[in-house]
Ligand binder design. Structure first.
Ligand code: ADP
Ligand code: MG
Length: 622
């Protein structure tokens, strides 16, 4: 049911605000919404198509987006930006390998080292360029729905890291959109097929996404409405554009046109490339394509039949199948455990793609009834509708990719929210001080799976100040972690006896790539055994240091109870323990701790009696 507000004064009816779903693609972008009358998602079309090519033509006083910007790719390549998604949230260093493949100029931002695009001597940030595409989609939605739009859900590839997600969110903000949620493209595609909407069902799904210039395979596990990414694989440089190029090369070979087309005539090259794309699309529903073109006053017939086309693209497809097999291996599951496959991306319209994918996933149900170029946007619209509060029956959750915790004594990582926890999430633990009268406590927050914080990634730190003077171990410091639905972490520390409190917000930071996350997980596995040994050594060392601290206190501040000979023996035993600590020999430290304990026990007991006696003496019993 849609919410309706009626203005009692003038009788106008106001529907509740529509939240739109956006697929911000490398090649094409789309915007969709859920129709409140029938609760079905629709992509919003202008004239004929729902697809907006992700192309932006930039003049000092005019920005053109989409289909109208396309012709400028050949006429003004230096100020026509395409594939900007490849640059989002990346440093200049990250994109150096693809720099020469783009028709426009890249630059390094001297301050944050992120990549910039320079056009007419002006530097544009990929976030800004993406925001032009988002604004275009927002305006399309406003025109079609005839209402102001201010909220959206935007999809990103599952492998996007924090920095790329934050950049996408920033692009939304710049376009005047409050981005309610960033969700993974494979999650959105599954939602469009209704997978995950039923809380009771648990499933393993493979999402095969072959777009214009990228290929992604994602394995998802869905349980209780939680989408967990089991593995991702793919190739950021394989897609339908490669089919076009392969067909073009085939034609040039066939007519022996290589030298003329490539070297002499860039426009002709583009014309034939577009013809190849047209042929490819035609072959998705016809057996043969044929068209004639005049080149240098000679008429050429460009023909292709489906069998020849399939053999041309065979080797490209093979690469995607190998990536699928690798993803299955990485997820540690069997082919037979995959319940469903979801087909995504315009290139899966090529029938041979479907048949090759079906050949691999023999055990699974293949979903391809929804337009593969629209399915992600449709799923985003469903998520948007849920977040708008129109579907109370479902609640979508994400999970944290890496564990979150704080540094404790000896540089150890103490995990508070373990990896793969559902978000939003909340967890906490109590700590205390290690020195008498300690008035400050540094809280350092880390992300990662290793036992030592130095092997993990520091997210931030703060100091809890003004802890009232108390003996070591007495303050009760409560540390709470909260992660909101966007993955933004808030850390709060409170000394419970005094109520002193301090907190920080930790936003996802630019800079941690997906490979880095993967490497952090891998190295945690590889180092698990040595980490445990190190952790034990550090724990024993800090136990020893605590004991030394206590023993020193015992002999220096209780001279009336401790005899001189006992003090001398204790000091010499402390020295032995300190040597053991220095040699980092866990067994030796344990032995010396034991000896020190035995040595000091008699006078510690005497001291206790003395203290109790004193306490009783002070009390008046009447
Ligand atoms: P992206 O997600 O990378 O932005 P899309 O999913 O929109 O891209 O896919 C774009 C690709 O789909 C292009 O290479 C385009 O040629 C191809 N494509 C679109 N329609 C068809 C079709 N009918 N048959 C084969 N390929 C198609
Ligand atoms: Mg896509």
């Amino acid at each position: 049911m849609a919410k309706i507000k009626i203005n009692i004064k003038d009788g106008t009816v106001k529907k509740s605000e529509t939240v739109i779903g956006i697929d911000l693609g490398t090649t094409n972008s789309l915007v969709a919404f859920v129709n409140p009358d029938n609760r079905q998602p629709y992509c919003m079309s202008d004239q004929s198509s729902s697809i907006v090519p992700s192309i932006v033509h930039i003049l000092p006083n005019q920005i053109t987006v989409g289909e109208k910007a396309k012709p400028f790719l050949t006429t003004e390549p230096q100020n026509t930006v395409y594939s900007v998604k490849r640059l989002l949230g990346k440093s200049y260093q990250d994109v150096l390998p693809e720099k020469n493949q783009l028709g426009y100029q890249l630059h390094e931002d001297p301050i944050n080292h992120l990549v910039n695009i320079s056009i007419n001597d002006k530097h544009h940030n990929p976030i800004e360029i993406s925001s032009f595409i988002l604004s275009h989609l927002k305006e399309r939605a406003e025109r079609i729905l005839d209402e102001k739009i201010s909220k959206a859900v935007i999809t990103v590839p599952a492998y996007f890291n924090d920095s790329q997600r934050q950049a996408t969110r920033d692009a939304g903000k710049l376009a005047g959109l409050d981005v309610l949620r960033i969700i993974n493209e494979p999650t959105a595609a599954s939602l469009a097929y209704g997978i995950g909407l039923n809380r009771e069902e648990s499933k393993t799904v493979a999402v095969y996404d072959l777009g214009g210039g990228t290929f992604d395979i994602t394995l998802l596990n869905i349980e209780n409405g939680v989408f967990e990414v089991l593995s991702t694989n793919g190739d950021t440089h394989i897609g339908g554009d490669d089919f076009d190029r392969a067909l073009l090369i085939h034609w040039l070979n066939h007519h022996q046109l290589e030298s003329i087309v490539i070297e002499e005539n860039k426009n002709l090259y583009q014309t034939l490339r577009l013809l190849a794309e047209k042929a490819k699309k035609h072959l998705s529903s016809n057996p043969v394509f044929s068209e004639t073109i005049e080149i240098n006053q000679e008429v050429y017939t460009f023909t292709i039949d489906i069998e020849t086309f399939n053999s041309i693209i065979q080797s490209i497809l093979k690469k995607t199948i190998i990536a699928c097999e690798q993803a299955i291996k990485d997820a540690n599951i069997q082919l037979s455990e995959i319940h469903e496959v979801v087909m995504v991306g315009g290139s899966t319209r090529t029938p041979f793609v479907l048949s090759e994918v079906a050949k691999l996933f023999t055990f699974s149900k293949i979903n391809n009834q929804i337009h593969p170029d629209e399915v992600v946007a449709l799923g985003a619209a469903i998520e948007a509708d849920i977040l708008a509060g129109n579907r109370k029956d479902v609640f979508l959750l994400d999970v944290t990719p890496l564990s979150l915790g704080i540094e404790t004594i000896g540089g150890l990582m103490d995990t508070i929210i373990p990896r793969n926890s559902k978000i939003p999430s909340k967890a906490g633990r109590q700590y205390t001080t290690s020195v008498d009268g300690q008035s400050q406590l540094k809280v350092s927050v880390y992300q990662g799976e290793r036992d030592l914080v130095e092997d993990n990634r520091k997210l931030g730190e703060f100091i809890l100040k003004n802890i009232p003077a108390m003996p070591a171990g007495l303050p009760k410091i409560d540390i709470q972690f909260f992660i909101d639905a966007d993955g933004i972490l808030k850390v709060e520390a409170t000394e419970l006896r005094s109520g002193v409190k301090q907190q920080i917000d930790i936003k996802p930071q630019y800079g941690l790539t997906d490979t880095e996350v993967e490497n952090m997980l891998l190295s945690a596995l590889k180092n698990a055994e040595s980490d445990i040994k190190k952790r034990q050594l550090i724990e024993t060392q800090s136990e020893a240091e605590q004991l030394i601290y206590q023993c020193n206190k015992l002999i220096y501040s209780n001279r009336e109870v401790v005899e001189e000979s006992e003090a001398v023996a204790t000091i010499s035993q402390i020295k032995k323990l300190q040597e053991a600590i220095q040699h980092q020999d866990e067994e030796a430290i344990k032995l010396e701790i034991e000896r020190l304990n035995n040595l000091t026990r008699p006078f510690a007991e005497r001291l206790m009696d003395h203290a109790i006696g004193n306490a009783l003496k002070g009390k008046k019993i009447e």
